[in-house]
Design a protein around this ligand. Structure first.
Ligand code: KPL
Length: 300
């Protein structure tokens, strides 16, 4: 299968390198990573060890492939979608934080699939990604139900040795992941700790509150996600990824813009639509926005 992985950050590089075991993969990313991958391939270390040779380019326009996997940061979704729209794909799969699949679908003709990934990944150096935890990819039709494109994408992932489930309830799973990200990401980024440091500490109650608020907003959106289920998902992810530095902590460590808007911003905005309060998400969002302004990575 021909696969384009759009976004060669930590998760995109890991997924692209693993897919390249059995598929023809092109990674779209930035320099100096792209040149190193083009010269020597990708080295995968940690929980999975491998070296594979995907193609790599900085130009995301004019590609055609059986599947495009979008792994860019949520705020880079509009330009990524515009670049993808210049090419041709049988299906496009979003493996991003937030609820970006709607944004992709609005700009693309190809069917858009929703996905979640709990693999831990960290870019060590250009051309070198560490797998910090073997998780699972779950993917399916973005509005739920079955979809032959999802079955095909799921098989392609499994053929490459990636733990993958094709699910018919992606809207609930996407909101559940959003609840987990709302609980884990800001608290670990602001406290500068690994995910596992949340367990049983004072940050845990804060994380649970953010996840509960998110589940309540999900229910107002017509998605069946109980507080208990959101809490269990949060507990499971914290236990399974205890040694991980969350993607938001990695952004804060690197002085980069975070995904605050795609996580807490979306929860607060949708809560407002339903006249619900989301004080924990609002507070976490304001703290992160203040940090971004202070670091000069945010203008508004
Ligand atoms: O998705 C993640 C992230 O870091 O963005 C979790 C699941 C919280 C794992 O670190």
């Amino acid at each position: 299968m021909d696969v384009l992985v759009f976004g060669a950050g930590s998760l995109g590089t890991l997924v692209g390198a693993l897919l390249a075991r059995v598929h023809d993969v092109t990674l779209v990313g930035r320099e100096p990573h792209v040149s190193r991958v083009a010269e020597r391939g990708v080295r995968v270390s940690g929980a999975v060890e491998d070296r594979t040779r995907p193609d790599a380019t900085t130009d995301g326009t004019g590609h055609s492939a059986d599947l495009a996997v979008v792994t860019v940061k949520s705020f880079d979704t509009p330009p990524a979608a515009d670049a993808l729209a210049t090419g041709s794909f049988d299906a496009v799969l979003s493996l991003q934080n937030g609820l970006t699949e709607g944004e992709l679908a609005a700009r693309l003709d190809a069917p858009v699939l929703a996905g979640t990934a709990t693999y831990g990944a960290r870019l060590r150096d250009p051309g070198h990604v560490e797998c910090t935890g073997v998780g699972r990819v779950v993917l399916g039709a973005r509005r739920g139900g079955t979809d032959p494109h999802a079955e095909r994408a799921g098989k392609a992932f499994r053929d490459a040795g990636i733990e993958t489930l094709v699910a018919a309830d992606m809207p609930r799973r996407r909101w559940e992941k959003l609840a987990v990200n709302a609980g884990v990401n800001a608290v670990t980024a602001l406290a500068r700790v690994e995910n596992g440091a949340l367990a049983d500490g004072p940050g845990y109650e804060l994380a649970h509150r953010a996840a509960r608020e998110t589940a309540r907003v999900a229910r107002a959106e017509g998605v069946s996600l109980s507080n208990r289920r959101a809490r269990r998902a949060l507990d499971e992810v914290v236990a399974a990824t205890s040694a991980n530095r969350s993607s938001m902590l990695q952004d804060v460590d690197a002085g980069r813009r975070t995904e605050v808007e795609a996580i807490h911003g979306v929860v607060v905005e949708r809560a407002e639509t339903h006249r619900l309060a989301a004080p924990t998400n609002r507070t976490l969002a304001d703290l992160l926005r203040t940090w971004e302004r202070g670091r000069g990575v945010r203008s508004e």
